[in-house]
Design a protein. Structure first.
Length: 260
């Protein structure tokens, strides 16, 4: 009996270092996949305030109503601009796919033209409605589209973060690389640097506020600063509601034309 116990203890002592090492060892790919797969509920709706601030400090504010829903193999998002008057009833829709071989589908409705325009792959690098976010930034980039490398760890605002460098597999992609600071236990990208084709820093996305709502970590406030243009876009979510049962037909071209 004593011999049997000794064998069990020995086996446990041998296994412990291996388990500890396996638990600590994580790849850049796994980290980014954890961020990509972070649960945010079956559906979500919120009021979004977009503030555009130029190099002189002049600010333009736009208010938006936003809806998102998980359809299993895809996620759909639709945004309706409410104010100011010159963008009222403009709408934008994005469909992101889990299939790594499928690019996001995106459409924008321009009420002045009474026309829905599909965003082509060549237009994904264009900036969205005067903001510092490109159309591609508004989508959900699949982890397989980049090569991810864990390059360090850093503490930011009291949060332990992995630092991951991501290099696109497509050499013609608009960014030469990105570097992201990801909170270890929450899988939230707290900060992200975007580098242009010449590998110079182009812009930095910073998460200013996040909260747990209905059991999910939700990003509520972000700031994208274009360091080359000295232009900033702030995004603020309010009145966030999760799992309210948004209808499937909310995410259609018909609804884009209909508006709120």
């Amino acid at each position: 009996m004593i011999k049997k116990i000794q064998v069990v203890i020995l086996a446990t002592l041998i296994a412990l270092p291996v388990l500890s090492f396996a638990g600590d060892k994580i790849s850049g790919q796994q980290i980014v996949e954890n961020v990509y797969n972070r649960q945010t509920g079956n559906d979500q709706q919120a009021d979004l305030t977009m503030s555009l601030i130029n190099s002189r400090g002049d600010e333009r504010v736009r208010t938006i109503r936003q809806f998102t829903k998980d359809f299993g193999a895809m996620e759909k998002k639709i945004m309706f601009f409410k104010t100011p008057a010159d963008v009222h009833n403009t709408s934008f829709m994005n469909w992101s796919y889990d299939d790594e071989n499928k690019d996001d589908d995106q459409w924008i409705y321009l009420p002045a033209l009474k026309k829905i325009k599909r965003i082509s792959s060549d237009s994904k690098s264009d900036y969205f409605m005067g903001s510092d976010f490109t159309y591609d930034d508004l989508g959900d980039r699949h982890p397989s589209q980049d090569t991810h490398k864990l390059i360090g760890e850093e503490m930011i605002n009291g949060e332990n973060c992995y630092v991951v460098e991501s290099i696109p597999k497509d050499e013609d992609y608009m960014y030469s690389k990105t570097v992201t600071w990801i909170i270890k236990d929450k899988w939230i990208g707290l900060k992200k640097d975007f580098y242009d084709e010449d590998e110079d820093l182009l812009k930095t996305l910073t998460v200013k506020k996040f909260e747990k709502i209905s059991g999910y970590w939700i990003i509520l406030s972000t700031e994208m600063h274009n360091v080359q243009k000295n232009h900033t876009t702030k995004m603020q979510l309010d009145n966030v509601k999760i799992d309210t049962g948004i209808a499937d037909n909310q995410f259609t071209e018909r609804m884009m034309r209909r508006g709120l």
